[in-house]
Write a protein that binds this ligand. Structure first.
Ligand code: B12
Length: 456
């Protein structure tokens, strides 16, 4: 049967056939911060999009501005970012800390861009909300050097601070929140008159291609996206807002991905998951049992911490056998009332049971650490000291995680007006290094003392 098309449609069809596939440049911007270290950091969301466009047959280049000191890379794969002191902007008047740019310099980025043919499409990610200044500079530079290129910005910052991001990234053609990938695909299809054969949304993680780590010359570690969303609703965390539903990958698919990278010589894997051990009979146990059989064995790291409630003797043994070289556990506080207020994820009894199991599995003190939250609204410094003492007595290394006020979290909405910086007006003040909830019961001096004390 003949198909008759209106003239415009016919031209459109012809256009679709003859239009060259657009070339894509993915950029992970440099950042400005008071302190930063690559705890196995990686722009995983951006690399997924690069993988998806690659699967659609697009040529994709990557500029990861977060360069590290290779000469200082540790055995576990972590490395310090290249860094340079910069002048503090007016927004930080009165802040006595050194501000640095981490990663490539703007001049180096210009050099990299100058070496490329003009890309048709540029994707810029923006991870922590308070890192937007680097992303804005990168977007402005790309706009200046490639006025004709289409620029799309996305990531956690636009997702959590959308209205602000629209203003800040005014030179981008489109700003996308997570959950809006449909908009992203439609923009590309319309701007370049192409039809995308593969346009997965993040509601089925099993159909995603692997993130495009092959765009790096070396792969020191591979972060794994095992799920999106979290089984818990901690009042300081933005995950329930960003991903209200838990979506998990099939453990077999994750094991296959590990085997894929392992076959290419990658030996370190990092779990980016908010509740990895949740429902472990169906998830972590089958996955880790497969990983434990790999030869040569792999190393696994979990900078996002595991939930103590799910660690029993059997699981602790499996963590050890599958390659967890160290285990980070979430504790947050030892105050039972604060534990309940924050979501009731862990109690001291549960925590002690998990530590016992990990020790019986063979973990030594230097391989066990726990995060303690410091600087919560209204918190007294003595509460943090009590948690440090508790961990020291249990033989677990304390890690102080300074509280970060994050938009759309219950704690942020409740306390945003009591912070000593306008955290709701400008995301730059959401940086935990600014200690936004310092007060006379918990001063910056107290925090510095606690950081030293935790290491003693
Ligand atoms: C892994 C992780 C880390 C890792 C690595 C982070 C990194 N890449 O640098 C580590 C352990 C280092 C880390 C550390 C911290 N983290 Co963290 N982390 C996460 C976590 C669990 C996952 C992030 C991730 O990769 N997700 C998976 C990818 C696939 O998702 P995505 O990046 O959002 O990408 C999607 C979209 O955004 C979109 N997208 C992304 N880029 C682009 C680009 C374009 C063009 C488009 C169209 C779309 C797009 O596409 C993807 C698919 O939809 C999130 C929570 C979460 N579930 O998101 C917290 C989170 C980002 N972290 C958070 C915090 C608070 C911290 C710390 C400050 C904790 C502390 N107190 O010490 C530190 C600070 C880090 C630092 N200074 O370096 C907060 C955010 C805070 C903020 N203000 O922005 C989050 C949201 C958790 C929370 N508590 O609510 N973190």
């Amino acid at each position: 049967m003949a198909v008759y098309l209106a003239l415009g449609q016919a031209e459109g069809r012809k256009g679709l056939k003859t239009m060259k596939k657009p070339t894509v440049l993915a950029i992970n911007p440099y950042i400005y911060d008071f302190a930063a270290y690559s705890f196995w950091s990686s722009p995983l969301g951006l690399l997924y999009l690069a993988g998806i466009l690659g699967r659609n047959g697009f040529h994709v280049d990557l500029i990861d501005c977060m360069t590290v000191r290779e000469d200082k890379r540790k055995k576990d794969g972590r490395a310090p970012f290249v860094k340079q002191k910069v002048v503090r902007p007016d927004a930080f008047k009165g802040v006595r800390k050194n501000l640095r740019r981490y990663g490539m310099s703007p001049e180096e980025l210009r050099g990299e861009l100058a070496g490329l043919d003009r890309p048709d499409l540029v994707l810029v990610t923006s991870i922590m909300t308070y890192w937007y200044a680097g992303a804005r500079e990168v977007i402005d530079t790309v706009r200046e050097m490639f006025p004709e290129s289409k620029i799309i910005a996305g990531g956690i910052y636009p997702t959590l601070c959308y209205e602000e991001a629209l203003r800040v990234f005014a030179k981008a053609d489109l700003v996308v929140r997570s959950g809006e990938l449909e908009l992203f695909y439609r923009f590309i299809e319309e701007a370049f008159m192409v039809k995308l054969a593969s346009r997965p949304l993040m509601d089925d993680l099993d159909i995603l291609p692997y993130p495009a780590y092959d765009l790096y010359p070396d792969i020191p570690f591979v972060p794994l996206l095992t799920s999106l969303g979290c089984a818990f609703k901690c009042t300081y965390c933005a995950t329930p807002y960003m991903y209200p539903k838990i979506t998990r990958r099939h453990p077999r698919g994750v094991a296959e991905e590990i085997r894929h990278w392992h076959g290419l010589g990658v030996g370190r894997f990092v779990i980016y998951d908010d509740s990895f051990l949740y429902n472990s009979n169906c998830y972590a146990r089958p996955l880790l049992s497969e990983v434990a059989r790999l030869s040569p064995p792999v190393d696994i790291y979990n900078p996002n911490a595991v939930n103590a409630a799910f660690v029993d003797d059997d699981l602790a043994g499996l963590l050890m056998r599958s390659g967890f070289r160290e285990v980070r556990i979430g504790l947050e506080t030892v105050s039972p009332s604060a534990q309940k207020d924050m979501g009731g994820k862990v109690t001291n009894a549960v925590f002690e049971r998990a530590v016992g199991a990990l020790k019986r599995a063979g973990y030594r003190k230097e391989q066990l650490s726990a995060y303690i939250l410091a600087g919560l609204p209204g918190q007294r410094w003595e509460e943090v000291k009590q948690a440090i003492d508790y961990l020291k007595a249990l033989g677990v290394m304390p890690y102080i995680a300074e509280y970060t006020p994050i938009p759309h979290t219950p704690m942020f909405e409740k306390f945003k007006d009591t912070a000593r910086f306008p955290v709701a007006e400008d995301a730059i003040y959401q940086n935990n290094a600014l200690f936004p909830f310092a007060w006379e019961g918990f001063t910056e001096e107290d925090l510095n003392f606690l950081k030293r004390y935790a290491k003693e």
